[in-house]
Design a protein around this ligand. Structure first.
Ligand code: FAD
Ligand code: 2HG
Ligand code: ZN
Length: 472
């Protein structure tokens, strides 16, 4: 456990005592109050932070969440809301001894309306389970990411997670129609809505989309789910240069526009790391400096296939695409997606990995990978770039055998300065959490940060909700 959390000064919170535990046991029942074997709740996904919580609470209803927070607020006990604990910025684990409020038991899909496409779901529902349920009604959840088998929809909303379909469906600020959140004082804020259009006053639900558990605990939400596409095709192509990647992206928008549902990029090092690590991966092509995964989703298989084949053929004729394969076979589509999904895991499997999730103008998208390779030299085992090209979102990963202060100093704060100079975002989709809070000022000016502080004070005057995160 490497970084920083050891040096945090504990806030002026009360310390949990036996009476608190007894109170929670009475409220939730003993089975839902955990005091032992808490590593899974204390340690973050990247194994960079280990908190020291002595208590995990698992409420089964909004009313129980409200009662927990009311007690914690009165007693000034700090709390960290936790979903699937797949977050990559250390936001979901305690830093000191905060109580973990796990949403695991609030996991029901409450309704799915085939006509309107609106689904109402509890926050602790695992994304993949939610999607399966939506599919039964002919719909799809407009969000897909590699952590789908573990992350919760409430965690997704709280981080405003992006993933691989933003290019098609936009982000969660558009898809989430309503939110129910419990505030620090235990008040339930009902902002649920079944309509796309609702201009009655301030659009407060947006405050809970991406505020990472610092303003309230999301307990329920309604989401607009598009109809599932009848025909899905995936192209996996090899390219020679990043300039060709950009040309191909523009052509994809121009020629596949209405059916384009994903546009991802993987560079050679990222690809090789995944292929080297996981022998079960089956890549249709190999040996290129860049790869793109382009997915189309439409309603007419023949038409869609003809379009994507034509698109690849034209790109090859112009020499922008060197090789590629197109498939509409569901098994093969999954196989190709697996290559992309395993990249971030391959990079942490056997080494320490500094992960950066940045938005950059597309023209400068890849330059930072080359610059970083130069800066790190042989200190790094892999410096690679991949990610959501269609949304200008690069994942820059720098791995080394184990955490190394020298390399750390070479990458940070340089990567944030570089991003800020290009007016990019230092966190495109993962959030700020604990690991990035010292760098918030690279993307937000002091006036904005002060307003964030004031809002935090208004929602949570005692600062009990997810302390040590987002704001310093
Ligand atoms: P957690 O990790 O448990 O929590 C994340 C934050 O939200 C914390 O600050 C926590 O306090 C807060 N929180 C959780 N639930 C609630 C709630 N109900 N109310 C209030 N606050 C809450 N992210 C992307 O954006 N795009 C990707 O493509 C992507 N791919 C990933 C692939 C892998 C393999 C992994 C491991 C992670 C990936 N992530 C990605 C990051 C992560 O999965 C997302 O941030 C996800 O949304 C986190 O959901 P979670 O339920 O695990 O939340
Ligand atoms: C992805 O797109 C995730 O695969 C993870 O956002 C990125 O680990 C990373 O750097
Ligand atoms: Zn991502």
């Amino acid at each position: 456990f490497t970084q920083k959390s050891d040096h945090v000064q504990r806030g002026n919170y009360a310390t949990l005592n036996d009476k608190d535990v007894a109170h929670f046991e009475q409220l939730l029942g003993q089975n839902h109050v955990l005091t032992e074997d808490l590593d899974g709740y204390n340690i973050c996904f990247l194994k960079r932070i280990r908190g020291n919580s002595k208590l995990v609470l698992k409420p089964g209803s909004t009313a129980e969440v409200a009662a927990i927070l009311r007690h914690c607020n009165e007693r000034k006990l700090a709390v960290v809301p936790q979903g699937g604990n797949t977050g990559l910025v250390g936001g979901s684990v305690p830093i000191c001894d905060e109580i973990v409020l796990s949403l695991q038991r609030l996991n029901k899909v409450l309704s799915v309306d085939e006509v309107t496409g609106i689904a109402v779901v509890e926050a602790g529902c695992i994304l993949e389970n939610f999607d399966h349920r939506a599919k039964e009604a002919g719909l799809t959840v407009p969000l897909d990411l590699g952590a789908k088998a573990s992350c919760h929809i409430g965690g997704n909303v709280s981080t405003n997670a992006g993933g691989v379909r933003v290019v098609r469906y936009g982000n969660l600020h558009g898809s989430v129609l309503g939110v129910e959140a419990v505030l620090a004082n235990g008040q339930v804020l009902d902002l649920m809505s079944d309509f796309k259009k609702d201009n009655t006053g301030y659009h407060m639900k947006h405050l809970f989309i991406g505020s990472e558990g610092t303003l309230g605990v999301v307990t329920k939400l309604s989401m607009l789910c598009p109809h599932a596409s009848k025909s899905v095709n995936v192209a996996f192509i090899g390219l020679n240069s990043f300039a060709d990647v950009l040309k191909t992206f523009v052509n994809a928008k121009r020629n596949l526009g209405e059916i384009l549902s994903s546009c991802e990029m993987i560079d050679e090092r990222a690809f090789q790391t995944a292929m080297g690590q996981y022998k079960f991966l089956n890549a249709p092509i190999a040996g290129y400096p860049f790869y793109m995964l382009i997915e189309t989703s439409g309603s007419n298989g023949d038409h869609d296939q003809e379009k994507i084949n034509q698109f690849i053929g034209d790109g090859m004729e112009r020499g922008e695409i060197l090789d590629g394969t197109v498939t509409g076979d569901p098994g093969k589509v999954q196989e190709i997606w697996k290559i992309r999904e395993m990249v971030p895991l391959a990079l942490i499997e056997k080494s320490f990995c500094f992960k950066y999730d940045i938005s950059l103008p597309l023209r400068d998208f890849y330059s930072i990978v080359d610059v970083m390779r130069e800066r790190c030299g042989p200190l790094a085992t892999v410096v690679c770039g991949y990610g959501h090209l269609g949304d200008s979102n690069l994942h820059l990963n720098v791995s080394c055998e184990k955490f190394n202060d020298e390399i750390y100093k070479r990458v940070e704060p340089f990567v944030y300065e570089y991003t800020s100079k290009l007016k990019g975002s230092i966190s495109a989709e993962h959030g700020i959490g604990f690991l990035k809070k010292d760098y918030l000022h690279y993307s937000k000016n002091p006036v904005a940060i002060n307003w964030m502080r004031d809002m935090k004070k208004m929602f949570d005057p005692n600062g009990i909700l997810n302390p040590y995160k987002v704001l310093n």
